[in-house]
Write a protein that binds this ligand. Structure first.
Ligand code: UT7
Length: 332
């Protein structure tokens, strides 16, 4: 029988240093009022000098393994979603693998910018479902502060650094006994994942550098207004797609754990879905946009504070550069 991926642990890590809007407005032509009203962001965490994406990723992974109560020796795949790897190569995931002391299987990075965690979840889930691996550490980790143009107020106020991780393990699909009245499987684990991209919108959000083009790292450039517009449409459609694929309706969602880019995007997604605002896990006020790390950071917070409970239906969704977008539906 086909396996089902179960989330058996989660963990996260935020760098110590907190930078408030007030601190930014002392250096830039911006205000706390503008940032708060346009984005909902009040502060962000920034990595210390010398603190790398692999350091953040390792801490989140260790916490997730501790939470899952399994040793790293049982892990047979590390999937790291990041846009800010330590180096162009090797994959930052291999550094994490080394520091975890894990020698089985494989470790690799994946790149889908802010949708990276959802892309990673789809990849890990498919490896598990086809029995190609049993235990995956899936991490979203970023030091986005390193690719920001700190003189561009329209982007640098929006992002932060951090990491989050989950441990996925192959389990049974829990057949008949867990089929609900609708005939759909009520078992726990990842029910489905959904990915999309549209490369014709590359220029709306990109980095103006890279090894092949400029031999520099480059900085984030964004047409914020257009990205916002696409986000509202694409996120509503991906949520609809995930629900429909499982014969579920938005009323069935217990928790929406979205990518955290802008409070106004979260509000409008909730409104489009007719979802109560209380069902959305929000961290953007404290973390800002941490790209691939934002979903696992929010997930870890809501699991640890007891909001997300066993049996809850949790919907995760994201959109980012590419444009890429996707969703993952999980029964906790
Ligand atoms: O995670 C990947 C996905 N990314 C996103 O989802 C981001 C989506 N976009 C957004 O969140 C919003 O578009 C922003 C927060 C980036 C911008 O908000 P907006 O309401 O779309 O503002 P805007 O870009 O239309 O700019 C409005 C004004 C402009 O001034 P003028 O031209 O109207 O005079 C900007 O120059 O706000 C100005 N502005 C600022 N003012 C003070 C832009 N940045 C700032 C700033 N402080 N930091």
């Amino acid at each position: 029988m086909m396996k089902r991926s179960k989330i058996i642990g989660c963990g996260s890590y935020l760098p110590e240093r907190v930078v408030t809007n007030a601190e930014l407005s002392a250096k830039l032509d911006t205000t706390d009022e503008w940032i708060t009203t346009r984005t909902g962001i009040r502060q962000r965490h920034l990595a210390a000098d010398g603190e790398l994406t692999s350091d953040l990723a390792l801490k989140a992974a260790e916490r997730a393994l501790e939470n899952a109560n399994i040793p790293a020796s049982e892990v047979d795949m590390v999937v790291l979603a990041t846009t800010t790897p330590d180096n162009t190569f090797p994959a930052t995931a291999t550094k994490v693998q080394d520091k975890l002391g894990m020698v089985n299987g494989a470790a690799f990075d994946i790149q889908a910018v802010c949708s990276g965690f959802i892309y990673g979840m789809a990849i890990a889930d498919n490896f598990i479902k086809t029995s190609q691996c049993k235990t995956v550490v899936l991490i979203g980790a970023e030091t986005f502060s390193r690719i920001l143009d700190w003189e561009d107020r329209s982007t640098c106020v929006l992002f932060g650094d951090g990491a989050g991780a989950v441990v996925l393990r192959a389990g049974e699909a829990e057949p008949e006994v867990n089929v609900g009245e609708s005939g759909h499987n009520r078992g726990t684990g990842i029910l489905s994942t959904h990915l999309h991209s549209d490369g014709s919108t590359n220029e709306l959000l990109y980095v103006d550098g890279g090894p092949s083009s400029t031999q520099t790292v480059g900085h984030v450039r964004m047409n914020g207004r257009e990205v916002f517009r696409h986000a509202v449409t694409n996120l509503a459609s991906i949520v609809g797609e995930a629900l429909e694929a499982n014969g579920l309706a938005s009323e069935d969602i217990d928790w929406l754990v979205p990518h955290q880019a802008n409070k106004r995007i979260l509000d409008s997604t909730a409104k489009k879905l007719g979802l109560a605002k209380e069902k959305i896990v929000i961290t953007v006020d404290r973390h800002a946009n941490t790209s691939a790390a934002s979903i696992p950071l929010a997930l870890d917070e809501a699991v640890r504070d007891g909001r997300i409970k066993k049996g809850d239906l949790v919907l995760m969704e994201a959109m980012g550069g590419g444009l890429t977008w996707g969703a993952g539906l999980v029964r906790w």
